[in-house]
Design a protein around this ligand. Sequence first.
Ligand code: SF4
Length: 80
Amino acid sequence: MKHEFPRAALSLLEETLRKPVVDIGRCTLCEGCLAVCPQVFELNPVMGYIEVRELDHYPEDAVQEAINICPAKCLAWLEE
Ligand code: SF4
């Protein structure tokens, strides 16, 4: 008998594995992502660029809002 992985569980797993990435070469340091999603994005105080915090889970809605408002379009989901 073939076992199907429940769709809801699969969706949650996919969401859990998704991580945002920053193309720092295009980032203008407008700090918009810091304003809408500070739990995920932070300004590296030494290097002076935006980086993604290491988290077990990235909040879908907040990250997506940051992606949507980024004027340089340099935020995206990295699918693992
Ligand atoms: S919103 Fe985009 S351009 Fe602005 S600081 Fe964040 S990554 Fe950089």
